[in-house]
Write a protein that binds this ligand. Sequence first.
Ligand code: GLY
Ligand code: MN
Length: 470
Amino acid sequence: MFDKEIYKKRRSVLKEKVGTGLILFIGNEEVGMNYAANSYHFRQDSTFLYYTGIDLPGLAFIIDIDEDKEILFGNELTIDDIVWTGPLDPLTAWADKAGITITKAFKEIDALLKAAKAAGKEIHFLPPYRGRHVLRLQEWLGYVPSEIETQISEKLIKSIVSMRSYKKPEEIAEMEKAVDISTEMHELFFTSLQPGITEKFVEGIVHGHALSTGNNLAYPIILTINGETLHILPRDIEMGKERLAICDAGAETSMHYAGDLTRTAPVSGKFSSIQKDIYNIVLHAQLACIEACKPGVLFRDIHALAGETLLSGLKDIGLIKGDVQEAVSKDVHTLFFQCGLGHMIGLDVHDMENLGEKYIGYTDNIKKSTAFGWKSLRLAKALEPGFTLTVEPGIYFIPVLIDLWKSENKLSQFINYQELEKFKDFGGVRVEDNVLITQGGCRILGNKIAPKTIDEIEAYIYRVNTIHKK
Ligand code: GLY
Ligand code: MN
């Protein structure tokens, strides 16, 4: 946990912003995997962590703004719990670490909320993303599940977004840690690659590093020779020597801040000529987009810059023809780059996404597009100092998508479909780093950057495999 003064300060700012009523935060609970005693890895709710730092299941927290009271609700361990899980500090000790002075048994929250509602007090709560929370809200506040959406506090959402979007030095230090562990995971990815090894085997090595350093994964690892499938999970299949492998893997520190990096490397350790071409197009786009990240610039425009840079590279190798800017305006790039250029990152890998993308990445004036490709852009608004985000352009040759567009002769004035046939078994390339927006521009997070140019990647794989493994 951070120092209690940090949590107290955050809560006092939040109270000021929300103004009146009660704020209800529901912590996460253990979820049974196949029966109650065998649960999934516990992950505390990120907003609960942001305002209390308490990383335990089965809690709720209320800030009564009008009465100036903060109450942590939870149950002390019974002797039966201790027999199975071991002793734990009492709730009062956890509350103290967070600077909270009142604790109550969990069941007492019910009467308190019912009384507050009966007295006509405003009760602010966030959109629930777990079924159990929906049931809690129904039980405590009497809303049927279909009604809950209409009762969510926009004021609370906006207040939280206006705080969590700007990372403070202590948070940036945690994010640097997350990126450093993620970089080490990618170094292991590079040096574990060899023809015939399975995707799952390499995933195990990469995942193991996160665990063995006392950290965890920020999201399920994407590690595959079919990088054109954006969120494919590793399979028990051997990687062929002629393929490129993508590794999209990020660590989550014990304080739950995330890293999110992607590197692409040849399974053989050496890029072929055409792999070099496509890789360099993506790398060039990534560098141009990072260069463009500065306060005041719309991330939507940087996404368009990615499209333009990618298409211009694809034109150089004969896959695209015509005017590149016109092609981007007609969304030709979405045949190759179907997702967004990046997203906010912090306590969540897609930071605050549960609060609603329209509040995180968009504004009243910058609305989300529903067009293919653009609808997957999670961040579009103007960048500001303190934002942390990913920059992750890619080129993905998706055979069914190519076939579909080709069957419709779609935008054929820009696309050389005949040449494109040769790329239907190419796969995909993505390069991703995490950046902090500063006053004058941005900087890449992490104390070192995982090998990124072709020379760096080939040299790194060669050096570790031939020297260190001898
Ligand atoms: N790294 C996974 C994602 O950005 O969705
Ligand atoms: Mn990402």
